[in-house]
Design a protein around this ligand. Structure first.
Ligand SMILES: N[C@@H](CCCCNC(=O)CCCC[C@@H]1SC[C@@H]2NC(=O)N[C@@H]21)C(=O)O
Length: 475
């Protein structure tokens, strides 16, 4: 990964990604943008003032787009809400919205700005793509008029959508995606009636696209990958980090690995809201048995039978020392790792988690537990989880197990984590001290074991198999 000279508060990450089947490669960039937020949020502003604010953000994005293009990037992704921010209600966002046509109209806003309704933002983004010969992915607001003949038409006569747009290297609008799984705070937007499965082809591969909270749900995220067989997913996001399992870089890299696709994640940068964490994740699921084979076109779900190993072994340890704890409002069953090495099992409902581990030097003031959760998560949305997790507790008090922890000193020489998952969508997370990833330091075997054989470069915060059982989500 070539890192640009720091630009504003972030850097443009560049990575050349080996194209799966064509065996050519392309250069991808993601930009983590510190969004300049409107200073008036209590009332709608004029469309001129709205455009002034959006131009301030687009000035910064233009710098990143030029920098990426100069480094030969073929495509750059910029963050969700990156042009106007997120502090809006339904009425106050209206001046920032434009009517974004279906890409089938075959339109280059840069060379034909008057063809449809006023589209200053689309024109400028299109020109950035065209003038720098680079694909530009951005997130802006779409408005579609409706009337009383449509019973669902909102009170102000418009549907308002959180929208990703993609302009190709000539500035043509080639994709438009309306965010389907809105986060609870996004009252300024509507959700489309059906999830949109949006893909587009380029000379350097087939791309899918969705936004932020979408990544936790089956549609469109899993469908666009498992049915449309894209190689890379474009992912603008404004993600608020939640340790120990839902920090941006941790969950997004695990999702890319579990789904076996590349993921280009551009996050907003706002540390006071715990918003940070972009990345270019190549979806290689490091499966020892498969690495000798050429990477075939993606097969979904991944070539892992997540329950194979865990259902083949007896429980390593009895339940007698189990205790309960809460992680992000979900009640886990824990068991403490009292010895520096050993085999442990913990079960909750149909999920049994098995762990074999060897610590290097167990720190007296650090406690690690193995936890299991099999249930419906119901806070900030409803999604069914099956989770096996090895994690460090906040303190030696077992009541603190599950609370956010960002540093650790205990190293593990080896670990092997597996679970009797009912779902085949399991995302492998390894997070190290300092909230760092561990690329290449662990593997997932085809029998479902998440293993490290030679230890990790830093002490461990958590090793987790994060399962999503979509069929058990409420309708
Ligand atoms: N930050 C703004 C609104 C942001 C809207 C777009 N952001 C998302 O959709 C991010 C959702 C990330 C949620 C993950 S999963 C549940 C967990 N809870 C979090 O807060 N982060 C994670 C605002 O809310 O004002």
């Amino acid at each position: 990964m070539i890192v640009f000279q720091p630009h504003v508060y972030a850097t443009v990450f560049i990575l050349s990604i080996l194209q799966a089947f064509a065996l050519d490669s392309y250069i991808a960039a993601v930009y983590e943008h510190s969004v300049i937020l409107p200073n008036v949020t209590g009332r709608p502003v004029s469309s001129e003032d709205a455009l002034t604010l959006m131009n301030k953000n687009m000035d910064v994005l233009e710098g990143a787009i030029k920098a990426a293009a100069q480094q030969g990037a073929h495509i750059i992704v910029t963050p969700e809400d990156g042009i106007y921010g997120w502090v809006f209600k339904r009425d106050t966002i209206f001046p920032y919205l434009e009517d974004i046509p279906d890409p089938q109209v075959n339109w280059i806003p840069c060379t034909d700005p008057e063809r449809f309704a006023p589209a200053a933002v689309q024109e400028r983004l299109s020109c950035m793509a065209r003038n720098n010969s680079i694909y530009v992915v951005a997130n802006i607001g779409d408005k579609k008029p409706c009337n009383s003949s449509d019973p669902k038409c909102p009170s102000n006569g418009h549907y308002q959508y959180n929208t990703n747009v993609v302009f190709d290297s000539e500035g043509k609008l080639v994709a438009r995606y309306h965010k389907y799984n809105l986060f609870m705070s996004e009252t300024q937007f509507d959700s489309p009636k059906e999830p949109e499965i949006v893909t587009f082809n380029t000379s350097f591969g087939k791309f899918g696209i969705f936004t932020c909270f979408d990544i936790l749900f089956h549609d469109p995220a899993v469908t666009v990958v498992s049915k449309l067989h894209v190689d890379t997913v474009l992912f603008p996001t404004a993600w608020m980090n939640v340790l120990p399992h839902l920090t941006a870089i941790e969950f997004h890299s695990a999702w890319a690995m579990g789904m076996g696709v590349n993921l280009l994640a551009a996050d907003t940068h706002n540390t006071s809201l715990a918003m940070t964490g972009s990345g270019i994740y190549d979806g290689h699921l490091l499966v020892a048995e498969l690495s000798s084979l050429p990477r075939l076109s993606p097969t979904y779900p991944s070539a892992v039978n997540w329950r194979a190993y865990a259902t083949s072994v007896k429980r390593f340890s009895p339940d007698d020392r189990n205790f309960s704890g809460v992680i992000f409002f979900d009640k886990f069953t824990f068991t403490e790792l009292t010895k520096p090495e050993g085999n442990r099992t913990v079960c909750q409902k149909d999920l049994c988690c098995h762990l074999s581990y060897r610590m290097t030097e167990k720190q007296e003031d650090e406690v690690y537990v193995l936890g299991a959760f099999d249930g419906l998560h119901v806070v900030e949305g409803e999604y069914y989880l099956q989770i096996c997790t090895l994690l460090k507790c906040k303190s030696t008090d077992l009541k603190t197990c599950g609370q956010p922890v960002a540093t650790a000193h205990t190293r593990f020489e080896a670990f092997s984590l597996s679970g009797t998952f009912g779902t085949s969508y399991v995302f492998p997370e390894v997070l190290l001290s300092g909230v760092q990833l561990a690329p290449g330091e662990f593997q997932v075997l085809s029998d479902g074991r998440l293993i490290s054989q030679s230890g990790t470069s830093k002490p461990v915060l958590t090793v987790t198999l994060f399962g999503r059982w979509y069929e058990k989500d409420p309708p």
